[in-house]
Design a protein. Sequence first.
Length: 417
Amino acid sequence: MKNKFGALALCLLTIGTVRAEDAPTPAQVFEKRILPIFKSPNPSSCTQCHLAAVDLKNYILPSHEKTFLSLRDQGLIDLDNPEKSKILQLIQMGESDKSPAALINAKVRQTEYEAFAEWIKSGARDPKLRNAPKLEPSERAAPKRPVEVIRHDREDRLLESFTNTVWAMRFRCMGCHTEGSVENQKYVKEFGDRVAWMKADGPEATLSYLRSSKLINVNDPEMSTLLRKPLGAVKHGGGVKFAPGDQGYKAFREFIDDYAKTVRDQYAKADDLPNRDGPERFGTDAWLKISNTPPAWADRLVQVNVYAWDANKSDWRTEPIASTDRVVWGKGKLWQHSLTLLAAKGSEQAKAWDAGKPALPGGKYLVKVYMESKGRPAKDWKAVLGPDDYAGQTELESSWPEGYGKMTEVDAAKVRK
């Protein structure tokens, strides 16, 4: 009996030894599973989350040994827990996205994940790879762009930018362009579905449509139809909606310029990225009208900032809670436009407006008026109206009802310095 058990143990040991010897080496796994990813002309699954700046190929070198050491030295491989390696986490980042576009990348992502998981596990068992000296930083494989640019070029960051620019200014255009609205249906019958570029499903669907349309010119952003139509630079059934350098133009232009540079991978360093320190913006259908405007305001760009009362300090807040601008209709002695609400990024106010319907509470407010007098916005679209353009201020009380026919009105005679 003992001899039988001894023979069985010897047999199992022999089988185990054969299996260990037959297991592919890290180099073999690399050649079979990683090199095809490196040599493939197709983009990696990184494109599901990133518009540019990074590809999985950026982390691979022709040598299996140098690739492993490069990832190890950058903290992307966990030698003791290979399955928890950061490079695997990065590959899987798009897994939670169940959109149709993401499902297209699912097979590619799974193939990449399984290939790297097998190779990393194999390499982590190799004492030679585990204990090899560190590579020089110049020898490591990494994207050419810094991490700030890689993060900036993410799809979710693009949507955030779109929401805070074009979508926040949608009330300047939505009357005619909102998919499914009565007015839009009329224009769709006349001009086709392209008129319905503002999608009923919200900013993400709208952005997706615009990216697939011809409304954005990534090679010459300034010539984008999405800009030129509201400017009246090309025929537009809705008339002139923007003036060069007004808030609507700025928001659309900022987004289009940034999008064009992003998809063309033109951001080389963090200092090249656009400044995003401004407030979050929320469009509304609450309108403000200034009637009986003086001749000096005629046909000029006028900006209005609205300030809320701070009961704790018994004074007006230092930062505006809303703003808007429009060219004065000189002949009609009239200025009017819908308000865009403003809140500091990450503030409780911004979170509340983001989660619900943005609206100003009823109460008293301070209105400050600024008028361009030197044509600066038309010459430099980035120019900002400031103290030198100050035209006066007034106080008002309003419940801020929504709708074009329910405007909060103030007489221009009350606007005084």
